[in-house]
Design a protein around this ligand. Structure first.
Ligand code: CA
Length: 221
């Protein structure tokens, strides 16, 4: 999953960045409204963390732009203002949730997971397809009774495929979810990780649909 962080406080931004990267999320971090709007135009994000007080405007400017352009990406606002009116304004403007600073990074991570589930229409945090079970909180995967050890990128790819169980996920969508701006993407990276996943989960678990993409759990939906 690719996340945009809009936060001008270097310490908070850096803390969020590191916590998200530890969870295998791909993160882009910008510090003002203008860069946020540029980033949103150029990339497809699956989650936005938005500070309210920014040097060249407010997080509400970014939120309004997103919703005016019919972008329904889940947005969590961060507000330093312990003021009900800011929270109400944010939620009414289309934000999905908020956190008041200072907050614990664990809480931020839990809220991201909850909003991600909600945006996928999924109530149960544990994903299961066939005999493969993925726990996003513990970042653990099991096949039947056996634990399966996956690398961070393998885990991120499997998570995306299992969330979209029964649907085709393109190579580009998988790439978007893996990398922030600063990382080079090798053209065969996804294929290499899919190969690794098949070795660990069985050849048939991930289907390749030539020229379209990949799918798990066809007919299970
Ligand atoms: Ca700020």
């Amino acid at each position: 999953m690719r996340i945009l962080v809009v936060e001008d406080d270097k310490v908070i931004g850096d803390g969020i960045l590191q916590a998200l990267q530890m969870q295998n999320y791909a993160v882009d971090w910008v510090e003002d409204v203008e860069s946020a709007l540029t980033a949103i135009m150029a990339n497809k994000y699956e989650f936005v963390i938005l500070d309210v007080g920014l040097p060249d405007g407010t997080g509400f400017d970014v939120l309004k732009n997103l919703r005016d352009s019919k972008n329904s990406v889940p947005v969590l606002i961060l507000t330093a203002y312990d003021d009900v009116s800011y929270r109400v304004k944010g939620l009414d403007a289309g934000a999905d949730d908020y956190l008041i600073k200072p907050f614990k990074l664990e809480e931020l991570l839990a809220r991201i997971r909850a909003l991600r589930r909600r945006s996928m229409g999924q109530a149960n945090p544990i994903l299961q397809v066939g005999d493969v079970i993925l726990d996003p909180v513990a970042t653990k995967v099991k096949k039947g009774e056996d634990n399966v050890n996956l690398g961070p990128k393998e885990f991120a790819i499997l998570h995306t495929l299992m969330e979209k169980c029964g649907k085709i996920v393109t190579k580009e969508q998988l790439e978007e979810g893996l990398y922030g701006w600063d990382m080079e993407i090798e053209s065969n990276t996804i294929e290499v990780h899919i190969h690794g996943l098949r070795k660990k989960l069985g050849k048939e678990f991930i289907e390749t649909l030539r020229h379209f993409g990949y799918r798990v759990g066809a007919g299970e939906d």
